[in-house]
Design a protein around this ligand. Structure first.
Ligand SMILES: CC(=O)[C@@H](O)[C@H](O)COP(=O)(O)O
Ligand SMILES: NCC(=O)COP(=O)(O)O
Length: 237
């Protein structure tokens, strides 16, 4: 079974554009779960352009499904995660001013640093996941640093699929199987959508969780949030 974790960054972006509390992030997160969403993902960035650090605290009592916090483990982020204690932390090597995430970790080059932060999160009973490209060495590296899971960075798949290149799935299927063989859980995210999710799910073994934000919120403008969540759940069965 693949869990659907809904990334609510875009709700915070809309809210921040006027400075008030509409849309109400906490209400949306609560409604997402009422509609069947199986997790809430946030990705606070240092400039707080969408999720504010305070949102991470405010969401804690609201999220009764899986709470996943993503980000680059700079000290401010690590302190936040240790204080909030979500279900899972997903480590992403974001550059500060990047528009969005655009690469996975080099788990070999940054092994020492990642091993240290992962063990700190694990000591605090927070599940750890590492955002990686579908590259064999990076999956092996994720295992060596003690991560519980990998999150496969799916932008290349999404781009290939939209061009009709069905082979774009191959490195994901191979790396997911390698991760499973090494004892890692497999998550995936970035640019997944109603259009490509079923093909991804059907071709990647034992996919535990997908986190989806940009497309899901965009699709909801036309189809409605409750309807869209149910469409994803149906495709992820
Ligand atoms: C790791 C990942 O792919 C997502 O968290 C994505 O980066 C969302 O972040 P933004 O909403 O800031 O684009
Ligand atoms: N980890 C991926 C995520 O949370 C959402 O990415 P996107 O659907 O906004 O591209």
């Amino acid at each position: 079974m693949t869990k659907l974790s809904v990334n609510v960054n875009k709700i915070a972006t809309l809210r921040n554009s006027r400075g008030g509390n509409a849309p109400d992030l906490l209400k949306v997160a609560s409604d997402i779960q009422r509609f069947g969403g199986e997790g809430i993902t946030i990705h606070p960035r240092p400039d707080e352009r969408h999720i504010k650090y305070q949102d991470a605290y405010d969401l804690k009592p609201v999220v009764h499904t899986e709470y996943n916090i993503e980000g680059n483990p700079i000290p401010k982020f690590t302190d936040l995660v240790l204080a909030v204690k979500p279900t899972q932390v997903t480590l992403v090597p974001d550059e500060e001013h990047a528009i969005t995430s655009n690469a996975g970790w080099d788990t070999k080059k940054h092994a020492g640093f990642l091993k240290e932060v992962i063990s700190e999160f694990k000591r605090n009973d927070i599940r750890t996941s590492v955002f990686v490209d579908p590259v064999k060495d990076m999956i092996e590296g994720a295992c060596e640093i003690g991560a519980d899971r990998i999150e496969l960075y799916t932008e290349a798949f999404a781009q290939g699929y939209s061009r009709g290149d069905m082979d774009a799935i191959k490195p994901y299927a191979l790396c997911a199987q390698l991760g499973i063989d090494l004892g890692l859980g497999v998550n995936a995210g970035h640019d997944l959508s109603l259009e490509n999710i079923k093909f991804f799910k059907d071709n990647v073994p034992e996919l535990l969780e997908v986190s989806i934000g940009h497309a899901l919120i965009s699709e909801s403008l036309y189809l409605g949030l409750e309807n869209v969540i149910n469409m994803y759940l149906h495709k992820l069965k």
